[in-house]
Design a protein around this ligand. Sequence first.
Ligand code: SF4
Length: 492
Amino acid sequence: MSYHRVGKNARKWDRKSVLADEIWMMPRKKQDVLRAIICCPAPYASSMSSLGMWTLFRLIHDHPCFSPERVVSNWPRQSLDGQHRPSKGALFAFSINWEMGFPEMVRILRENGIPLKTQDRRDSDPIVVAGGIAVTMNPYPLLPFCDLIVLGDGEEVVGLIMDRLQDCIGQQRERIWSRLDGVPGTLLAASSSGNNLVNRTENLEEYPTGPGALSPRAELGMSFLLEMSRGCDRGCYFCGVSHWKRPARHRSLQTLRASLPSSLSRDVSVGLIGASAGDHPELKKILHWLHSMGCKLCLPSLRPDQIDGEIAVVLAECGLRSVSLGVEAGSDDMRRRIGKHLTNDIIFHASELLTRSGIKNIKVYLLYGLPGESMEDLDRAVQLLTEIRRIQHSIQGDKAGKLTLSANPFVPKNGTPFSEEKLLPVQDWIERRKRLQKAMAQRGIGFGGESPRWARLQAIFSKGGQELADVFVQMAQGVPGMRALKAMGWKV
Ligand code: SF4
């Protein structure tokens, strides 16, 4: 069982045709070097659209002594690139961006017959390393399964880890651990030693961005992803990215130009990635540059206060049919209470600019179950969506595009001002979700978002410690998460 949703068609994919569809941007590496298996851990479609995975791939690819090979959840027992067994790799490196990746990583280790707990591994087993934003926010649940955990950004530390590993792979594990001891911003599981540093790549300009390969089967389709920004300085109280990846850093237009291959075919779009992409000081120049190149665009969610008339027009000119707005709550007051300084008037103005410029569809992201949230707060969210829908109809008439609400339960993250906030019972989440869903259906507004039970697992994994290890082992054996937690005495 995989903990990611795999699309209906993805279940029928066969490896051979999936690989035949890939278009590579990077030279393939010779095989007579040490093999580093890398994994998201997620199905193929999400892995291919994960810049975290590609950053790790590139860093390993650039090291003279290691060659990266991808493993995805669909085919966990054989690498995509060399068709090797992951258990025979020198290194097994996981890049984990959300908490459901924790049990998935354990499942993939189990599928490969690699002893799950670090202390049970033999010298011939791969060195298991994990990193990524979910691990950085809470490394402890995975500590029993990893030789090393990397906190924060990888650019300045992955090379150092490989330098230390290159001449001791295959030696006694204790010797390898002593070589890894003291790498900045890491936790060494064997000795529970580590430092409280979180690695931060100060200058993104020094590192190229982009995927190693494109595939029409990627979640974001044939998109060349460019990381234009990392981190965010806005400091919304619930946001882990903001609190763990501060300060925001940006890649300049010049670096982005250099990262984009000149020979991209017309059917490839460019995806601009970054939590604070809309705060990029050169955003307008970048959008005009992409437009002048005739590039189609795909974008993450934008803050409504980042949208002005010029941006709305150039987004439409770049062929964007849909824009996602991070709104989070239904009223100015509720937004103030969660540190998101944004008013309804700004949201309506942005919706109007986008719709007038020709953007057909709008998606609104909202959190529910926020600290102190009442049912009236949810009703205000419904009013907000109703007004955006009215704006779409008033401008586009009968040809109005879609409005969709993506409503997700609030999950507290370590290190944020809301880290210690109490969660509502799951049943409460379910009722709030139903209330929103029903109201949207009555107004012809689309509805989606994380299921409450799924989000509850994430909430527990994002705050728990090493006591979760046995839950992950159960889940890796196919036991549903809620049942595994209850069996271990957890109140969910
Ligand atoms: S929610 Fe968005 S705007 Fe707020 S801190 Fe996070 S990334 Fe920044």
